[in-house]
Design a protein around this ligand. Structure first.
Ligand code: PEP
Length: 248
C-alpha cells in the first residue's frame, strides 16, 4: 500500500489553544508512520502550532478567501496562508456550502486564486446529499460540482489538487459510505476528470471523508484503495486518530 494522506479537520475545536497543543503533543508520541499527516486546526491557533509542531506534521487551513488583500473584513487570503507556512487549504467543505451559503462560483474563484498565486495544495470537497443519493443523482451532482468548481482552472495546475469525496449524509453522522459506494464514487470522479483533462485526471489524488474511524479505515484505505482520508470527529480523539494515521 502506498503512503496515504491523513487529513484532520478539527473544525471549530477545541476552544482552548492549550487543549489543541496537548492533543498534538500526544500525537507526536503515538504517530509513527510514513503516511502524510496534515492537521487543519482553527486558523487562530495555527502560527503557534506551526512553531511547535512543524517538524512532525504538515498544516492546513479550513477555508480562505478569493482575493489576495484589501477591504475584506475577517477574511484571510491564500498568500497569507502560504506566508505563515501552511501547505494545504480545505475548500468547499459541505458545512461552508450549507451554513455559509458558499456557491460553486465562490469555490471556483477561491481555487483559481490559490492555484494562481501560491504553491498551496487545495483539498476540494464534493459530495451528494442523502436525498440526491436516494434519487440516484450522485454522478450528476459530482459532475456538476467538479465542472463548476474547476471551471477555467489551468490544466497544468490541476495535478496539484486533492479531491475529497465527502457524501454529506456521512459527515458527522456515524453513517459511512460502504466500500463499493466509495469505489463507485472514485471511478466516477476519475472518469469526469479524464473527460475534462485527459490522462492527467488519473493522477489527481482522491480521498474519502465521512465518519472515518478506526473500524472502517481498512476498508477505505486498503480495500477501496483511496489515496487518503479526511477525518473530522475522530481527529479529535488521540487514540483513534493515531490508529487511523498509523494504518498501513
Ligand atoms: C469532515 O468534517 O470533513 C468530516 C468528514 O467529518 P466526520 O469525520 O466527523 O464525519
Amino acid at each position: 500500500m502506498k503512503n496515504k494522506l491523513i487529513i484532520a479537520n478539527w473544525k471549530s475545536n477545541p476552544i482552548k489553544r492549550n487543549d489543541g497543543e496537548k492533543l498534538l503533543k500526544n500525537l507526536v508520541q503515538t504517530i509513527k508512520t510514513n503516511n502524510k499527516v496534515i492537521i487543519c486546526p482553527p486558523t487562530i491557533f495555527l502560527s503557534h502550532f506551526l512553531n511547535l509542531f512543524s517538524p512532525y506534521f504538515q498544516f492546513g487551513v479550513q477555508n480562505c478567501y478569493s482575493k489576495d488583500k484589501g477591504p475584506y473584513t475577517g477574511e484571510i487570503s491564500p498568500k497569507m496562508v502560504q506566508d505563515i507556512g501552511c501547505k494545504y487549504v480545505i475548500i468547499g467543505h459541505s458545512e461552508r456550502r450549507s451554513l455559509f451559503n458558499e456557491t460553486d462560483e465562490d469555490i471556483n474563484l477561491k481555487l483559481i486564486e490559490i492555484l494562481n498565486t501560491t504553491k498551496i495544495t487545495p483539498i476540494l470537497c464534493i459530495g451528494e446529499s442523502r436525498e440526491e443519493r436516494a434519487q440516484k443523482k450522485t454522478y450528476s451532482i459530482i459532475k456538476q460540482q467538479i465542472k463548476s468548481d474547476l471551471k477555467n482552472v489551468d490544466k497544468n495546475k490541476i495535478k496539484n489538487i486533492i479531491i475529497a469525496y465527502e457524501p454529506i449524509w456521512a459527515i458527522g453522522t456515524g453513517i459511512y459510505a460502504h466500500e463499493q459506494e466509495i469505489v463507485d464514487a472514485k471511478n466516477s470522479i476519475v472518469k469526469i476528470l479524464c473527460d475534462i483533462y485527459g490522462d492527467i485526471g488519473r493522477k489527481i489524488r482522491i480521498v474519502y471523508g465521512g465518519s472515518v474511524n478506526a473500524q472502517n479505515i481498512e476498508s477505505i484505505l486498503k480495500n477501496a484503495d483511496m489515496n487518503g482520508v479526511l477525518v473530522g470527529g475522530a481527529s479529535l480523539k488521540p487514540k483513534e486518530f493515531s490508529f487511523i494515521a498509523n494504518f498501513k
